[in-house]
Design a protein around this ligand. Structure first.
Ligand code: FAD
Length: 301
């Protein structure tokens, strides 16, 4: 269990990732989650873009509502899958008209699904590094990109990944948000190699609180992310005990962040899976102090 700090917010900055809803029920869940999590005062929130280059419409709708109805600084993810440069530019214009000034610029996965060969669209951006350059030419956007501490599944090796990250940084990316990982030693080694390659942008650890270990294992396998066996032991015997499972999940994520803070990190990108309770528990354990707590602490002082 990690310790709380007593006096207000620690110097930890957080961002939240959401995905656009696919049904009315999921729509309600997203907006309840956003309402619940905004009290944690994130630096920014981001909304993912249709996998495999599927339609931009749900992302645009969610981003538009986020910008018009909440105070949250909102980034739109954008991929270059199945789109010519002109088509990508039109999408950028639509996001810009909705008030977007921050993109998470990605190549994206092949429309046939993760694991199939990626073929750049003729006349389109071939990878995220080219997309970053294109975005830089289109406007004064804040640009985040991906990074893979355990390497991207398509990459030859971690060096190939770091070369791509360098191209993205050299082309104007402001920060990298990592794929989720659970082994902080792996992340630290990766970060040392990133810095040794002359990449100076912030590399923000992506933290995935474990809502469901079995499902996560399936997904992690596709993303090339490893789930250490020690986590099996933490969740063992808890399949029928959702309350204890949620406590363990919050502990695991808070302990990971606390350890990264000890290693000098202070920015974290949380994959919320559009659910508030677990993420809220993690932030409480870290003693971040949400808006309401800070206001009452200020009044008492
Ligand atoms: P790039 O940065 O262009 O490449 C990633 C790595 O793959 C490179 O290091 C390179 O070595 C290697 N690589 C790239 N192309 C090739 C190739 N042709 N042959 C060999 N190696 C290659 N996906 C979505 O669909 N929507 C989202 O909103 C979304 N959000 C994401 C957010 C984050 C923070 C992260 C980490 C991932 C996200 N993804 C999303 C997943 C991402 O689209 C996939 O991982 C995709 O396969 C790669 O996109 P990229 O921008 O990371 O690619």
């Amino acid at each position: 269990m990690v310790s709380n700090l007593e006096n207000g917010r620690r110097d930890i900055r957080i961002s939240f990732e959401f995905f656009p809803p696919k049904s009315e029920e999921m729509e309600a869940q997203l907006w309840n989650t956003v309402a619940e999590l905004q009290k944690w005062d994130p630096e920014f929130v981001s909304v993912t873009y249709g996998a495999g280059g599927s339609t931009k419409v749900p992302t645009l709708a969610a981003v538009r509502r986020m910008i018009s109805q909440t105070p949250l600084a909102t980034a739109a993810h954008l991929t270059c899958v199945s789109a010519t440069r002109e088509e990508t530019h039109r999408v950028v214009d639509e996001f810009r008209a909705a008030g977007v000034g921050h993109f998470v610029a990605l190549r994206g996965d092949p429309p046939e699904g993760i694991g199939s060969a990626y073929r750049p669209q003729p006349g389109g951006y071939a990878n995220a590094a080219e997309l970053v350059l294109g975005l830089r030419a289109l406007g004064d956007f804040e640009i985040s990109v991906s990074a893979y501490p355990e390497k991207h599944p398509e990459s030859r090796d971690v060096n190939a990944d770091i070369d791509m990250l360098k191209r993205k940084a050299d082309n104007g990316a402001d920060r990298a948000l990592t794929q989720f990982f659970f082994d902080n030693d792996v992340f630290e080694t990766y970060l040392e190699r990133v810095r040794a390659a002359g990449i100076g942008i912030p590399v923000v650890p992506g933290i995935m609180p474990i809502q469901n270990l079995t499902q996560l294992k399936r997904f992690a396998g596709m993303c090339g992310a490893t789930i250490p066996v020690r986590l099996d032991a933490r969740f063992e015997g808890l399949d029928e005990d959702p309350i204890e499972r949620a406590k363990v999940a919050a502990d695991v994520a808070a302990e990971q962040i606390e350890d990264l803070v000890r290693r000098g990190l202070n920015e974290f990108h949380l994959y919320t899976m559009n659910r508030a309770p677990l993420v809220g528990s993690v932030l409480e354990l870290l003693g971040l102090g949400c808006d309401t707590e800070r206001k009452s602490a200020g009044a008492a002082a």
